[in-house]
Write a protein that binds this ligand. Sequence first.
Ligand code: NAI
Ligand code: MG
Length: 350
Amino acid sequence: MEKTITVLPGDGIGPEVMKGALRVLKAIESRFQHRFTVTEMPIGGKAIDETGNPLPPETLEQCKKSDAVLLGAVGGPKWDGMDQRPEHGLLQIRKELNVFANLRPVKAFSPLADISPLKPELIENVDLVFVRELTGGLYFAQPKGRSGSDEAVDTLYYHRQEIERVVKKAFELAASRTGKLTSVDKANVLESSKLWREVVNEIAMSFPDVKVDHMLVDNAAMQLVRNPAQFDVIVTENMFGDILSDEASMITGSLGMLASASLSEEGAGLFEPVHGSAPDIAGTNTANPLGMVLSAAMMLRHSFHMNEEADAIEMAVQEVLNAKFRTGDIQTKKSRVSTTDEMVEQLVYR
Ligand code: NAI
Ligand code: MG
């Protein structure tokens, strides 16, 4: 298969982990006989330095015409206090690509039980995915703002269509996994949640093989710590998803392990690790490349429908961890410390 990928390395450790992901994709290309045409473009701080704009029009245009977009991370102290913020480039590109469904898998790679704050027996079988609504809800709807110094308002508004499109994605994902979907809301208090629940129940009729549960968000927050292995796919509103997915991310023990995919109706998806540009370790070849590499695997699975290829990457990650190769963030007394490049070397070799 031939595919075009726009690569946005960004700032800090972004380019370091991106280099690793591209090496892994090269290995996939030759093993499975695909051709990936990669075009690198600036975003964030680098783009501000080069053009004065965190999302130059040429970068956006290139993203829109490619099959998928890979992003490292943006930002850093160098641009603090400037008028232009690197992070604006990121928010803008999500909006421009209309990526309304944010998928965040939380998988406990077994050898990492020793770094999770939860008990090993609790995280043993954890393999869940959040589907967070990303472009609506409490973070975006109007009215929003201040009136005078004593009043402020945010609005939780959803149109039925906004709920339908993200819930449908979640059902499709659940159908492709174990057929279990948990919809999280606050339908005992919020009108928008009542509509959310109504839409979920309607769409459920088209997916008879998927078992749906509704769970109130406060209970979900508790269940994620009490028994995370009970979940498979969780679909929820923008802010609920933001908070719950950060909570669940601690199951794996490190930010450096986590991948994400942001999907639109049919245009290019955006694939990026959950972590930021980590200015404290940038340039030291110590960053964990696995979140970025696993994001590339999500791109293969969700944008290119290359499941076998994505499985191959995830298996290589599991094997490298089994063999006790670890970057500093996932290190324990029993493992030696590997550099970013060594981790990638080990992945490619498998
Ligand atoms: P961060 O995620 O960059 O770093 C938090 C901590 O985790 C740091 O101690 C860092 O060294 C460590 N860490 C992060 N990724 C790692 C990896 N792959 N391997 C090993 N250790 C890792 O978050 P922070 O420090 O709050 O933000 C730094 C900059 O990144 C800021 O400018 C922020 O705005 C930006 N940022 C960008 C994001 C993006 O591009 N998607 C997301 C979050 C923050
Ligand atoms: Mg967050």
